[in-house]
Design a protein around this ligand. Sequence first.
Ligand SMILES: [Zn+2]
Length: 110
Amino acid sequence: MKRQLDRKPHVPRSDQETIRHGIAAILRRQAMSALEISAELHIPERDVYPHLEHIRLSLHASGELLHVTPAECRRCGFVFAKRGRLTSPSRCPLCRCEGIFPPLFAIGEP
Ligand SMILES: [Zn+2]
């Protein structure tokens, strides 16, 4: 049985691709947090993360990488280096401080 192509996605595919191209263009110029990206493109911050995941996977084809500068605690300087997720942590595991510098994203050479 052949798989049918989904011709009627809920969100027009072209819009999603336009947003992703916009994010990629921004991140090739400078590093930005998800909040800054959301403000730049007028989309909710929570929508930025799936786009970043998609961009991260699609970049392998072009030989570029999504560089992630890890989140960092503003109070004690703890770096969330091993965090696999792209979202910002809510509090520091060492000092419990909730003031966290969010991760920054950029696209460039591996
Ligand atoms: Zn801390």
